[in-house]
Design a protein around this ligand. Structure first.
Ligand code: HEM
Length: 466
């Protein structure tokens, strides 16, 4: 006997909530800050249905349903038109944006660069970049800094050093500016995508974003040409891409495809981690008790010396702090998928063309999944608490086959940078104003997070009693 097909999902389906926000309000929110376009019902219900301009969207926050969609039914999903519109001009057919089967062999080609043993070999370069930043900070006369900018520079140095064997003559400040210019109007890109406007339609910041992409791709092209011209056979990510072949077609990566991936790894590989770090410093400034615990751990694990690669895995509380920051401020706040092949999810039939929204930001602050979700509390990530929550209640790196390839790299890097900098400095938020999160594909602060540096007793040693 064949099973009855599940009824097609609709606003009337049991367990599904229908968002009634007006289309005009949604578009205005998308342009201003796509984070505010997440329907408020999403923070309290597991499934929220939104229909707009003939497209049906389903916001999923139930971890078991997320697993069913992104893991079990991953083959039925694509990245879809909206992702292609927002990221395609910059990242082309690179690993983040490619659809299967082009995605599959690119992932296989890049995977060896992220094997655990290899990642551990990157730790000295990560610590070295953090120490250079620390030494620059020590020389700052005014003791004020924009922490977002500082972290972008540090993680940029690390990604090019570890994956591309050095930054050579790349102008990091110009790259940072260009990434911001590209992401700046992304709210417009989403809004026009939702409105199904033709791609030629102008919007504020469009020509600047176009110039930024042309500049960035030019930088990558120069890097690739230098590499092709050199006879050196380096075993880094670029070397792997130059040597890669699709096992089914025998096709190698052409120059455009390698540039797509250089763009992907350089942008996805530094911006997200930098934002996670900037939000961590911001939260620590408001939670001196947590900072004190980090200091104690640093003193216990590292002692009166410099941070070494073997310390990183032992800094477990620091890793908890980074995870708790990514819970509240997930650097990639929303994942989008398109239903390419219809399938059933939680007793509902999802039709082809439906858009699935996985709002990581709302999952991480969901009232049914977290106790006092707005509270910053790194003890949630103590190892003994892991069993208390579903694996996909916390998913800063996504889920399923498209999960972030750089997750272990990013966590290791973040702990190393925090350890080196917090061992030497305290960072205060002089205005004590909480920064407002603004989604520009990634989760940025609306305004620069200016912080004030203060020295700590050497190596985080306990303060002498006065
Ligand atoms: C805290 C830092 C990071 C966060 C929060 C983050 C988050 C994510 C998320 C959520 C996805 C899945 C997107 C989706 O399913 O549509 C993703 C994919 C990806 N990330 Fe990361 N990422 C981080 C760091 C990195 C680093 C360091 C690298 C590279 C060195 C990297 C490279 C990539 C790539 C290439 C993909 C696409 C993977 C695929 O589709 O096969 N990310 N990232």
């Amino acid at each position: 006997m064949t099973a009855m097909p599940a009824p097609e999902i609709s606003p009337a389906s049991p367990g599904v909530v229908f968002s009634r926000r007006s289309p005009i309000s949604t578009i205005a929110r998308l342009i201003r800050n796509p984070l505010d376009a997440i329907p408020p019902e999403t923070f309290i219900h597991p499934l929220v249905h939104v229909e707009f301009n003939g497209v049906r969207r389903l916001y999923i926050t139930d971890p078991a349903l997320i697993q069913e969609a992104l893991v079990k039914n991953s083959a039925s999903l694509g990245k879809g038109d909206e992702v292609r519109r927002a990221l395609g001009p910059a990242l082309g057919d690179g690993l983040l944006t490619a659809e299967t089967p082009s995605w599959k062999w690119q992932r296989q080609a890049a995977a060896p660069a992220f094997q655990w043993e290899r990642l551990k070999g990157f730790l000295p370069a990560m610590i070295d970049a953090a120490e250079k930043r620390r030494d620059l900070w020590a020389l700052l006369p005014h003791r004020q800094l924009d922490i977002g900018h500082e972290m972008m520079q540090t993680t940029f140095d690390i990604i090019v050093e570890t994956m591309m064997s050095g930054r050579e003559n790349i102008d990091v400040a110009a790259v940072e500016r260009s990434v911001s210019d590209y992401l700046g109007p992304s709210g417009w890109m989403f809004a026009l995508g939702v409105l199904k406007a033709p791609e030629w339609v102008p919007y504020p910041g469009k020509s600047r974003a176009g110039a930024a992409v042309a500049y960035l791709r030019g930088v990558m092209r120069d890097m690739l040409e230098r590499r092709r011209a050199s006879s050196e056979d380096r075993k880094d990510l670029v070397g792997m891409m130059l040597a890669a072949h699709d096992p089914e077609t025998g096709r190698g990566m052409d120059d455009e495809n390698i540039i797509d991936n250089l763009m992907t790894f350089i942008t996805a590989g530094h911006e997200t981690t930098a934002l996670g770090l900037a939000w961590t410093f911001h939260l620590l400034a408001a939670h001196p008790d947590v900072e004190q615990k980090i200091c104690e751990e640093l003193h216990r694990v590292v002692g009166n010396g410099n941070v070494q690669p073997e310390h990183i895995e032992k800094l477990t509380f620091l890793k908890q702090v980074f995870n708790e920051t990514m819970r509240l401020y997930p650097p990639a706040p929303i994942i989008v998928r398109n239903v390419e092949q219809p399938f059933d999810l939680g007793g509902h039939h999802l039709p082809k063309g439906m858009v699935l929204m996985i709002p990581i930001y709302a999952i991480h602050r969901h009232k049914l999944l977290w106790e006092a979700p707005e509270r910053f509390d790194p003890s949630r990530f103590a190892p003994e608490k892991a069993k208390e929550r579903h694996r996909y209640a916390f998913m800063p790196f996504g889920a399923g086959p498209r999960i972030c390839i750089g997750s272990a790299f990013a966590t290791m890097e973040a702990v190393a940078i925090l350890a080196v900098l917090l061992q030497r400095f305290r960072l205060a938020n002089p205005g004590r104003r909480p920064a407002e999160p603004l989604m520009r594909i990634t989760l940025r602060p609306r305004n620069p997070m200016m912080m004030e540096l203060a020295d700590r007793p050497p190596f985080c040693s306990p303060l002498e009693p006065a």
